[in-house]
Design a protein around this ligand. Sequence first.
Ligand code: 8IG
Length: 271
Amino acid sequence: MNNLPSVTDPAELAREAAEYIAEHTGVPSHDLAVVLGSGWGDAAGLIGQVTAVVNAADVPGFSAPAVVGHTATLTSIRTPAGKNVLVLGARTHFYEGKGVRAVVHGVRTAAASGAKTLVLTNGCGGLNESWAPGTPVLISDHINLTAASPLEGATFVDLTDLYSQRLRAVAREVDPSLAEGVYAQFTGPHYETPAEVQYAKRIGADLVGMSTALEAIAARAAGMEVFGISLVTNLAAGISPTPLSHAEVIEAGQAAGPRISRLLADILAKL
Ligand code: 8IG
């Protein structure tokens, strides 16, 4: 058995992946899909009962994880309310150079698996000094600075209210203190220069990261309702008086883990 795709059309490849997932999870259709980003990895444990775990590398169109020894998985979880959630623990980033199709394949697969709602989580840099590392922030809109699109051809998709107002309101029922902001997707993998962070601020960004926007666009094109939530793991370059360190990012994520895991599980329970 290998996962070499027999097709090149992205929609067809997503259908193949969905078929594989249905077969190997025993769940014919999923209701929701969740992409777990930096800092959100432990959240899966609180969402519900794990029905099945599949190795992402075995699913058509998914590639082996970039980090050696790190097994990326797709997990099917049943919530207490009886919804089937497909948790994508494997995100392909734009900076991996595998192309935008690879970046959004998980999202397209989720849609082909039946998911009507997509929850995108990420770890990011914050531009608002009052957002300490470890602060979760609702994404209200995005600015795509990758100079790329997941859509090919004359696919003129409207992106108004991309990050569902309705779902943000649901999240605020769980935690009324949640702030919200505009997320700018840079290509990475380098962090921004302080000048780039100032540029992002002037064009209206509150959060800077390396994911999410391209996935959200693909999700909208596939007809899904999108919910996005960022974990500010660091103040963006130049906002903080101290230089960025990867250790700081990891540490803030770990410290915030239990709180954001609870938050995400509680939000999912209401979707
Ligand atoms: I975690 O400060 C994380 N991811 N672009 N900038 C960008 N991506 C990030 C950052 C950041 N922190």
